[in-house]
Ligand binder design. Sequence first.
Ligand code: AP5
Ligand code: MG
Length: 214
Amino acid sequence: MNIILLGPPGSGKGTQARHLVETRNMVQLSTGDMLRDAKSSGSELGKKVAAVMARGDLVTDDIVIGLIGERLSQTTAGGFIFDGFPRTLAQADALDNLLKSQSHDLDAVIEMRVDDDALVSRITARSTCAKCGEVYNDITKPLPVDGKCVNCASDEFTRRADDNEDSLRQRLMEYYKKTSPIIGYYYAKGLLDQVDGLGAIYEVQWAISEVLDK
Ligand code: AP5
Ligand code: MG
């Protein structure tokens, strides 16, 4: 089963994708994570995208389509979760073609709906394990009291360069301007399901499971 998790910054795409990886043996393909990895490795690609990402703008379609194309030839029992991709109509078209060329189908597009006020408070409270990427939140999922990641026991946590109010405003603008049109595109294809992303993390997990099991 191959699915897209679609939603604005902070809607919980990464949190829910990690859960599906653990429970359904799926593979998470997060273009944001791939670009951040490129940045921390100091590669040419990483240098090219660092400032764009920090500002909250989208990187160019050809870069992210290339990154996804490289990964799709992997085999996976549980299927792919596209997290943060596609983000433009051109990316959505490219994904259709990539999936077709690998004889894969797209089974569901899940839009996670969260209002802007909640997004701001989620994003400004987020931290991430520097080693395994486990996502925390000062309010809803605080760092463990022993200071060690629940997943890998590392004691290093980071805050993202784009998790500030200015960049978040720009990320939201990019979402409404360039990404939201793909909601209509997938609706027209009969693939769209919407879940309320405002509930607790486990409630959103249930809502997504319901969509995947129907
Ligand atoms: P990307 O990394 O994809 O960031 P994003 O879309 O802005 O989304 P986030 O990762 O910030 O949020 P999320 O939805 O994953 O939420 P999370 O689970 O972490 O992209 C970053 C940048 O890379 C882009 O701006 C762009 O520059 C570039 N890029 C990436 N892909 C691209 C593409 N395809 N094309 C062009 N450019 C691209 O949760 C957030 C917080 O909320 C956490 O603290 C979490 O613990 C908490 N939380 C989660 N769920 C809940 C809940 N239900 N209740 C309470 N708290 C919750
Ligand atoms: Mg994410």
